[in-house]
Design a binder for this molecule. Structure first.
Ligand code: GLA
Length: 376
């Protein structure tokens, strides 16, 4: 039977309505789809958030974090200076909030960090003013520090950066106070203590310039030594403080493969791409506009270079997705990046994939497009 004109029009209207609803649903799904979904089968997408994000959460920002990331780190809260300012005093306020925030948002927690040579409390290496600490006492302090922090969050952290930046380029172990007082054995001991306190967390050695051949070769020897000594290390964290033309991607790839061949999982931690003129490490030039050329915005050609760099990096990460568990940006939007202050304060840098208003940059779209079949 032929439908009446009225039935026909109602039918047309409901089909139109249905397709509108469907389109809206697709639009919403795309809107709610973040990098974490696009890369869901490849590796976790992490973001470093600063303490205001979890101490005074704002709905919009929280939403962005949980849309884009499935793992978070925070830059300072766990550092010894803050969490354990004197031998008897612990400050868990920030770290408890960080952990609670991550759990509420269903995010994996990247524990950054347990042992480093910087951001330590005064007096750690002396037991009375001007009296250097003894080896025995320092080792006990180190073990208590690691055991207490790991134990407090036992079973809740996805990973811990157990030791950060203990290796010097081409020179072997960095001659920190830890090394000076305890010798190289402290590194392995730190991993053992962390493992005793939480045998499930992934234990990471985290450092920068991990693609330099000298550093790589030393690291590989260390891994052989750790294997002989049965030291429980799971992951090499390759800090991604990169630039437009460093590191060389072939060297980066060699490091991924070499560490993985020693049985290590790989994290790309602390990812950001510096677009400003290079400042040689150890030199301290005065601020000048020549060193801060993009105060009024990033010119198109530079934006394209940044986008291409991110595309190349993520293409490499995807190629090695079987070895990589985490890729974590060191920040969310450009405005809060440490790269505006380091190595020279007061510059305007553009190292991340969200701009100063937290809008997606072309670099974001480029890395999303590498996986975009999933968004449609
Ligand atoms: C190093 C440390 C981080 C942080 C950055 C600067 O990479 O590992 O904790 O201090 O420097 O933001």
């Amino acid at each position: 039977m032929k439908p009446s004109r009225r039935q026909f029009l109602t039918g047309v209207a409901s089909i139109a309505l249905l397709s509108q609803i469907k389109q809206q649903a697709i639009a919403n799904a795309i809107k709610d789809t973040g990098l974490k979904d696009l890369y869901g089968e490849d590796f976790l997408i992490g973001g470093m958030i600063q303490s205001d994000a979890f101490m005074r959460p704002k709905a919009d920002y929280t939403q962005l974090i949980s849309r884009e990331f499935n793992a978070i780190a925070t830059n300072n809260a766990f550092k010894w200076q803050y969490i354990h300012p004197t031998e008897e005093h612990w400050n868990w306020l920030f770290t408890d909030r960080f952990v609670g925030f991550g759990e509420n948002q269903n995010l994996k927690l990247l524990g950054h960090l347990l042992l480093w040579h910087a951001q330590l409390p005064m007096g750690l290496f002396s037991y009375r003013p001007h009296k250097p600490v003894t080896e025995e006492k320092l080792l006990a302090k180190m073990e208590t520090h690691i055991a207490t922090a790991v134990d407090r969050y036992q079973g809740r952290m996805y990973s811990w950066d157990v030791v950060n930046e203990a290796i010097d380029e081409n020179k072997g172990w960095r001659k920190t106070n830890w090394f000076k007082y305890l010798g190289e054995e402290y590194v392995g001991r730190a991993f053992n203590v962390a493992h005793e306190a939480d045998s499930n967390a992934m234990l990471v050695y985290n450092d920068y310039n991990m693609s330099l051949p000298g550093k790589r070769n030393f690291m590989l020897d260390v891994l052989d030594d750790f294997k002989r000594k049965r030291i429980p290390i799971d992951v090499i964290g390759m800090q991604g403080h990169f630039g437009l033309d460093y590191p060389d991607l072939n060297e980066l790839e060699k490091s991924i493969e070499a560490y993985a061949a020693k049985g290590m999982r790989i994290h790309f931690s602390e990812l950001d791409v510096d677009v400003l003129p290079n400042i040689k490490p150890g030199t301290f030039p005065k601020y000048s506009l020549a060193l801060d050329p993009y105060r009024n915005g990033l010119p198109k050609d530079m934006e394209e270079k940044l986008t291409q760099r991110y595309r190349d990096l993520f293409t490499l990460f995807l190629k090695h997705r079987d070895k990589i568990d985490v890729v974590a940006f060191w920040g969310v939007g450009d405005g809060n990046s440490w790269k505006n202050e380091f190595p020279l304060a007061g510059r305007k840098n553009y190292p991340l994939v969200f701009d100063r208003n937290l809008n997606k940059k072309p670099a974001y779209h480029a890395i999303a497009e590498l996986k975009s079949h999933k968004a449609h």
